[in-house]
Design a protein around this ligand. Structure first.
Ligand SMILES: Nc1ncnc2c1ncn2[C@@H]1O[C@H](COP(=O)(O)OP(=O)(O)OP(=O)(O)O)[C@@H](O)[C@H]1O
Ligand SMILES: O=C(O)C1=C[C@@H](O)[C@@H](O)[C@H](O)C1
Ligand SMILES: [Mg+2]
Length: 193
């Protein structure tokens, strides 16, 4: 006799099916998976995926690193604020924000009003390992990643706490992280039904 296969985390038929009433905006520290999980979430819902960093680069015609170099962090945040405002208008979508987007008061206000905000978090050691492999982030230039991440925990965690939904993904596969995100969103959208 052949046993029925166990439903696995990769079996998308076991994932909850529901409609998103508005845009889901992923927030959290750099390297936590906003882009990676955001793309998979968009595929699941058949919604467009947008990455605020990419949209800022398109609008400015230069890389995030060059915007920081030419206009400083303040210049970048102003541009980021305008781009996120535009991305929050229109049909629901999945939006990956930049790690520091919530530091701008207007961005915080708009995200709160127009999106379901979802804070992705994980252990700092996991993040330090991930960002060490990718040297393009201007805030890490010539800095020890763990020092920067610890500073960001102090200044940004109080901001991320405004999120409607929080998911701690630990150090596991994308597939499992996506499952966690979907069940947390499902509980939020249906009021835990
Ligand atoms: N379970 C997981 N969830 C999310 N990302 C993971 C996971 N496991 C490994 N990663 C890897 O972590 C790296 C960082 O992810 P990603 O670029 O999506 O982060 P981010 O939050 O968008 O960062 P940034 O703020 O710099 O844009 C990617 O290489 C991704 O593949
Ligand atoms: O954490 C941050 O402040 C940043 C994260 C990236 O997504 C980019 O938005 C930029 O490098 C700044
Ligand atoms: Mg990203």
């Amino acid at each position: 006799m052949t046993a029925e296969p166990e439903p696995s985390a990769t079996d998308s038929s076991t994932r909850p099916v529901f409609i998103l009433p508005k845009t889901v905006a992923l927030v959290g520290l750099m390297g936590v998976g906003k882009t990676t999980i955001g793309k998979r979430l968009a595929d699941h819902f058949g919604l467009p995926f947008v990455d605020a960093d990419e949209e800022i680069e398109k609008a400015a015609g230069m890389t995030v690193a060059d915007i920081f170099a030419n206009y400083g962090e303040k210049g970048f945040r102003d541009g980021e604020q305008r781009v996120i405002a535009r991305l929050l208008d229109g049909e629901p979508r999945i939006l990956a924000t930049g790690g520091g987007a919530l530091t701008h008061p207007l961005t915080r206000e708009r995200l709160k009003a127009k999106a379901i905000t979802l804070w992705l978090k994980t252990d700092l050691k996991v993040l330090a390992r991930r960002v060490a492999n990718r040297p393009h982030r201007p805030l890490l230039k010539d800095r020890n990643p763990m020092d920067v991440l610890k500073e960001h925990v102090k200044t940004r965690y109080p901001l991320y706490e405004m999120a409607d939904v929080t998911v701690d993904t630990g150090d596991q596969s994308h597939v499992k992280s996506l499952d966690q995100v979907l069940s947390a969103l499902h509980a939020y959208v249906t009021g835990g039904q």
